[in-house]
Design a protein around this ligand. Structure first.
Ligand SMILES: [Zn+2]
Length: 196
């Protein structure tokens, strides 16, 4: 019965782990027989799924598991190309979720507004500090948010673009399902930036 609420389940073509489809990576084979990562699960055609673990998608590339899953030839793709696609698409999702967070009023940016929001710590989910915030400023800011969870991983330029504002080097997220989804996505981005 629980499965009903988790959406359709799919198996990783390598380790066979069964998970809700949205927790797996979806790949399609383009009309030119190129392997394409379909991070948002939107491209048409037969999909093949792997875990988000690099060991699984790397093995799928090495063993021609994709061609078998698509039941047609698919040109070999290098792990570097796939990791690059993953980085680009995960970052696009982070930017899109940040934009949604701003529109729905759960993203607070600007130093004064953040300090104001920190007066109600129970409503705060986490704070993002841009990687390129000046070290002294970041240290001071970190002291001000002391018990709140801090995320890093993107720079000021991306943050500013995502929030559609003047230059921003920090953003505070209020507790909400969207803040949780954004944290998961940002963590995935940090993880994939650490890959080959
Ligand atoms: Zn797997």
């Amino acid at each position: 019965m629980i499965q009903h609420y988790l959406g359709p389940q799919r198996s990783c073509i390598v380790c066979r782990t069964k998970l809700p489809a949205h927790e797996l990576l979806r790949f399609v084979c383009s009309p030119d027989a190129e392997l394409v990562l379909d991070y948002r699960h939107k491209l048409p055609g037969r999909g093949a799924y792997t875990c988000c673990k690099p060991s699984c998608y790397a093995k799928a590339l090495d063993t021609h598991a994709f061609a078998r899953a698509f039941k047609r030839p698919c040109k070999p793709a290098s792990i570097h190309v796939i990791v690059q696609q993953l980085r680009t698409q995960v970052l696009a999702k982070v930017v899109s979720l940040l934009g949604m967070a701003r529109k729905s009023g759960i993203a607070v940016s600007g130093q004064q507004a953040i300090l104001h929001a920190l007066r109600r710590p129970r409503e705060v989910a986490w704070v993002l500090i841009a990687d390129d915030m000046a070290p002294a400023a970041a240290e001071k800011f970190q002291r001000q948010v002391h018990e709140i969870s801090v995320m890093r991983g993107i720079d000021k330029q991306i943050l500013t673009q995502a929030l559609g504002s003047g230059e921003r080097s920090a953003v505070l997220l209020k507790k909400s399902p969207l803040a949780q989804a954004l944290k998961r996505e940002l963590q995935r981005y940090v993880d994939v930036m650490g890959e080959v």
